[in-house]
Design a protein around this ligand. Structure first.
Ligand code: HAM
Length: 398
């Protein structure tokens, strides 16, 4: 997964940034948002015992964006060289009820683009998610929405609040709280789905600039031949988003099926004390992508091309040199234990999904040959060393 992510980052001219595992709690309160579930319920606070009294509270990072923005501002890039393209890979921690696809420590591949107010930046992010999915042979469904900006969002928020108040008796308990603290989250409710169908939609409240921006994002994504759906009910659980918000959903991995999510956060750099630089980004949940890719990839990538089954001590010594020659040719080689019998060796070859098994004992050594078994074609032949190497190197792609 991480290799696919790094390859993608290279193609999109992104540079790696590594940010700390721990930041001040206040950073998350001011960015992720005090009314978000993440800050309200899921933070792991770090304590140094009594000595820490009076110091700022520290927290383990629940997401990457705030730390990246903090580092970006602290290094002065927001003023000296604002246009930056970052990616990161690493663990995040959230106190959640664990289940399939939802863990307390999980890994994200995240991308943050700074200094790009234009729609092309958002479109490119969606292209990245699409391309990552394709490189892993996944079918992802991309959904996109626009949440408006500081100019048009208040009218939408007010309309949602009005709507919520007039449907109060029908809304679930959680929504009663959401209504007062963060009415946008009403649209996220899994219980009131039917009811909120009729609620106001952000797309109907966009100002002209936001509308044009959204239309351009969608046009560009179209042009890139990325399949997507506009989902007017899509809102995000983190508070910093403006304009574009998107999610990618995978099929067949259960309830926790959002494998990637992100959007634009134009006010965040300034809100955290930096210059007024726009930003946009997303993060992929590595474990969720891995769950979705399990069928299509696991065997293919984990399997050695070749296993070496040497029978006896003399063959085992010869196998060491042969393994080296094969690895030098870029092959993935597992040297099997010479202390096992042929049957056990073949069982192992089968179990690890190897393409070839090279089998040889004293008899083969004396004759200067190897038994080359093609496990895919279920055939076996005797070959000399140079033929062995070329057969395996040629056969690796098939
Ligand atoms: P997020 O939606 O909170 O956004 O998380 C992004 C992705 O991380 C989710 O779609 C999911 O795949 C994965 N994820 C989240 N929580 C868990 C969990 N408990 N277990 C497993 N996977 C999980 C963010 O974190 C934003 N920082 C994304 C972003 C970057 N927006 C702009 N830039």
């Amino acid at each position: 997964m991480e290799k696919a992510a790094r390859d993608l980052a290279w193609r999109y001219a992104l540079n790696e940034i590594r940010v700390p595992m721990m930041e001040r709690l206040g950073l998350y309160e001011r960015s992720t948002g005090e009314t978000s579930d993440v800050v309200e319920k899921q933070m792991y606070l770090v304590s140094r015992g009594e000595e820490s009294q009076g110091e700022d509270k520290m927290a383990l990072r629940p997401e990457g964006t705030p730390g990246v923005v903090r580092a970006y501002i602290e290094s002065g890039l927001d003023r000296s060289d604002p246009e930056q393209r970052f990616f990161y890979l690493g663990p995040m921690l959230r106190y959640e009820r664990p289940q399939k696809g939802r863990y307390r420590q999980f890994h994200q591949f995240g991308v943050e683009l700074f200094g790009r107010p234009d729609a092309a930046a958002d479109a490119e992010l969606m292209m990245m998610v699409d391309e990552l999915g394709r490189s892993l042979k996944l079918e992802l469904e991309l959904q996109v929405n626009s949440l408006g900006c500081t100019r048009c969002r208040p009218a939408f928020r007010a309309a949602l609040l009005d709507w919520g108040r007039s449907h109060l008796s029908e809304l679930c308990q959680d929504c009663h709280q959401r209504l007062e603290r963060n009415p946008l989250r009403l649209l996220d409710c899994k219980i009131d789905v039917g009811l909120t169908e009729g609620a106001p939609k952000s797309l109907d409240y966009l100002c002209d600039d936001c509308r044009r921006h959204f239309e351009t994002v969608v046009q560009m994504v179209d042009r890139a031949e990325v399949t997507y759906a506009i989902n007017a009910r899509l809102v995000r659980g983190l508070d910093y988003y403006t304009r574009t918000a998107f999610e990618a959903v995978a099929t067949g991995i259960g309830a926790q099926n959002a494998v990637a999510a992100g959007g634009r956060y134009d006010g965040l750099v300034e809100a955290l004390g930096g210059a007024p630089v726009p930003g946009t980004g997303f993060a992929v949940g590595i474990e969720r992508i891995a769950l979705a890719a399990r069928q299509s990839l696991a065997l293919e990538q984990g399997a050695p091309n070749v296993v070496l089954a040497a029978l006896g001590q003399a063959a085992a010594l010869r196998a060491v040199g042969l393994a080296r020659s094969l690895r030098e040719r870029g092959l993935r080689v597992e040297l099997l234990s010479p202390e096992r019998g042929l049957k056990a060796l073949l069982r192992r070859a089968d179990r690890v999904g190897a393409r070839y098994a090279v089998i040889f004992g004293d008899n083969e050594l004396q004759r200067g040959i190897f038994q080359l078994r093609d496990l895919k074609a279920s055939s076996q032949r005797e070959v000399g060393e140079s033929e062995l190497l070329s057969a395996i190197v040629d056969g690796r792609e098939n």
